[in-house]
Structures are given as structure tokens and as C-alpha cells.
Design a protein around this ligand. Structure first.
Ligand SMILES: [Zn+2]
Length: 370
């Protein structure tokens, strides 16, 4: 079986990097259509326009309406067409990036992604999530290519609430273990079209994990004070580039499926994607029979940055047996990535793993307090 590496064509990161946007856009075209959320546009819109104009690129901007639905993608594509845009800029957090990447796919135009948080590994991928107009998951849109450019200004990321950086670490920490599961089972990776990851990806995935453990706590404290330090630069790269390459090429496993199960409980809706993925990872480690030393290592990391290690930290102080059974059943639905595990996984096994991960989390917190 052949190996594959999917990645964005260019990745730029640094404090004040938004001022370089025009230089990179000039390689791709001369008329930009910026799609961004209201807050992101108010923070970055003027700086983006200034950088583009300095490079003789025309610019029009449109506020993303909040849901990456087929209707919204169609509306934005219509506007971009009427402006004769030849480059799309995706500005903001997860949903606006999903919508703008889908617009670029539909119009067959290059896309530059400018994330304003480091909350997920979505910016680098050749995938958009499409929702119904009510905001319910609809489908994955597999794009022809990864973004032409991903540009992250760490000053902007560091000025957004620290909870986003922390959630991004939850998504990223799972990547190492999920790709390890896929590598062990040898099952093919749906994101990369059924091929296996290169050695480069396996090495980057480990680097991502080591960076999180080494710099996560420091980075969180710095961002709480809106500061950019070397640790913040390291964690932004881990959350955005390293985690993106790891999950897109290495594959997902139990953590993301258990996350999907947790989303069926309304009480967890206030929790971010990466927070649910972090607890999903702890349950995955129990499910896979990993040694306690591995579980303790991940728990200690989660505790140091403020990621949940037990159910009460996911707004589930007293879940019923039925609720956890529903989470487990959703996690093992057909097509779920938990089936990338190297043995057959049942709902009963996942249920046992969730309760045990919760008990181990409570036990670990108690041992830290005494
Ligand atoms: Zn994720």
C-alpha cells in the first residue's frame, strides 16, 4: 500500500504575520473576497485590507452568517462571483473557515486561511463540515485540495480567550494516540483516501505530543495575560499545523467517536470540541487497555492546562446509565472512527471505558489534592 502526505502548500506563523498576507496573496491572484465572522472581521478586517492594498490587490469583505450550511455557502459563492474574486480568504474560527473553504472548492479558487484562534486543527485540512440551516451536522465535504496558504498571526490568537487555545490542545493531544491506534491496526485512513501515513507524519505526530506536554501549561498562562512567548508559538503550531497533519494523515480513532457520542447529551453543548475530545481520549486509552502510566501522563497534562478528566467537568455531575449507554452506542455507530481500533469494539466496551475513565479522573484529582 502506498503512503501519502496531505498538507497546505504554505504555512506562515508569527506575531504580526497578518501584515505579510498581501505578499502571499500576490502569488495567487489580484482580487480577494474575505469571508469572516463578525468579531474576527472587526478585529482583522482593516489590517487585511491594508496588507492587500499595499500589494495592489483589491479586496471585498462579507460577514459570515454563523452556520456553514449549503445555503450560506451558496450565498457567499454568489457574492464572490459578483465581485470577480480570484482568491478566497477564510477568516475566523471553525465554522467560517469551513464555509469559506467550501466556497473556494465550489468556485475552484485558491484559499488562504487566517485563523483567529488555535481551537481546532481545521485550518490546514482539505475538509469542510457542512451543517443544516438549524446547525445540525449534515455531511463532510472532501475538498479537491488543502488550502494554498495558512497564515496565523499569534498576536491575534493570543488576544482571543485562553479557553480556545486550551480546547485546541485537547484536540491536538488526541492526535498522537489516535494516529498510533490507526498505525497499529493498519486500517486505512478515510481522510487521505485510503492510504497510510508517511514516516514524516508519525514523527510530527510525536513532536506534537511532546510539544504539548512541554509547553502547554506555560502557553496557557501566557495567553491568559494576552502575551506571545516561545511557548505560545510552539503550542499554536502544535494545535494548528502539527495536529492538522497528524489527524488528516494519521487518522482518528476512539477519542473523536466518543466526542461524537458526548454531543448527544445537551449538557455538554457548552463545552468546546477539544474539551470533549480530551475526555474521549482518556476513555479511548482505557478501552485500548493502555498502561496506567500512559493514562496518568495524559491526565496530568489535561489537569495542567484545564482540560476535563472526569464527567462532572463536562457538565455531567450525575449522568444516568442510560445517558452513558447512549454516548457509547453513538460512538460505535457504523462509519465511526472508533472502528479503526485493532480489535472489534462494542457499545458495552465503550460504556465500561467511559465509567472507568471517569473513576480514574476523580481518583487522580483526589491524589493531587492530598
Ligand atoms: Zn477534532
Amino acid at each position: 500500500m502506498s503512503r501519502i502526505l496531505l498538507s497546505p502548500s504554505r504555512y506562515i506563523q508569527g506575531a504580526g504575520a497578518i501584515s505579510e498576507l498581501g505578499v502571499h496573496a500576490a502569488r495567487l491572484g489580484n482580487s480577494v473576497f474575505v469571508i469572516g465572522g463578525k468579531t474576527a472581521m472587526s478585529i482583522c478586517g482593516a489590517a487585511i485590507e491594508a496588507s492587500l492594498r499595499a500589494n495592489s490587490i483589491s479586496c471585498s469583505q462579507e460577514i459570515f452568517q454563523g452556520v456553514s450550511s449549503r445555503k450560506e455557502i451558496g450565498r457567499l459563492a454568489g457574492l464572490a462571483r459578483s465581485q470577480s474574486a480570484d482568491i478566497i480568504i477564510a477568516l475566523g474560527g471553525g465554522a467560517s473557515i469551513d464555509a469559506a473553504k467550501a466556497v473556494s472548492h465550489e468556485m475552484d479558487l485558491p484559499v488562504i486561511v487566517v485563523p483567529t484562534t488555535a481551537a481546532t486543527d481545521a485550518p490546514c485540512s482539505a475538509l469542510s463540515v457542512v451543517y443544516t440551516e438549524d446547525g445540525v451536522f449534515d455531511s463532510y465535504l472532501f475538498l479537491r485540495k488543502n488550502p494554498d496558504c495558512v497564515l496565523v498571526d499569534t498576536t491575534i490568537v493570543a488576544s482571543s480567550p485562553a479557553k480556545f487555545l486550551v480546547a485546541g490542545m485537547g484536540d491536538a493531544v488526541a492526535g498522537f494516540w489516535e494516529s498510533a491506534t490507526c498505525a497499529r491496526s493498519g486500517k486505512t485512513n478515510s481522510f487521505s483516501g485510503g492510504q497510510t501515513p508517511t514516516l514524516a507524519v508519525l514523527a510530527l505526530s510525536r513532536l506534537c505530543y511532546e510539544t504539548l506536554l512541554g509547553s502547554g501549561h506555560q502557553a496557557k498562562l501566557a495567553v491568559e495575560r494576552k502575551m506571545v512567548t516561545p511557548a505560545v508559538e510552539a503550542i499554536v503550531e502544535a494545535n494548528t499545523l502539527l495536529s492538522g497533519l497528524s489527524s488528516e494523515n494519521g487518522g482518528h480513532a476512539g477519542a473523536h467517536s466518543i466526542h461524537n457520542g458526548l454531543t448527544t447529551l445537551p449538557a455538554t453543548s457548552a463545552k468546546l470540541h477539544g474539551e470533549k475530545v480530551a475526555f474521549g481520549l482518556l476513555a479511548q486509552l482505557v478501552l485500548e487497555g493502555r498502561p496506567l502510566s500512559d493514562i496518568r501522563e495524559v491526565q496530568a497534562f489535561c489537569l495542567s492546562v484545564g482540560l476535563p478528566i472526569c464527567l462532572e467537568e463536562l457538565n455531567l455531575p450525575n449522568p444516568s446509565q442510560e445517558e452513558i449507554r447512549r454516548v457509547a452506542e453513538t460512538a460505535v455507530a457504523e462509519g465511526e472512527t472508533i472502528h479503526a481500533t485493532w480489535f472489534a469494539v462494542t457499545a458495552e466496551m465503550v460504556e465500561a471505558a467511559i465509567w472507568t475513565a471517569d473513576a480514574l479522573g476523580l481518583d487522580f484529582k483526589k491524589s493531587r489534592q492530598s
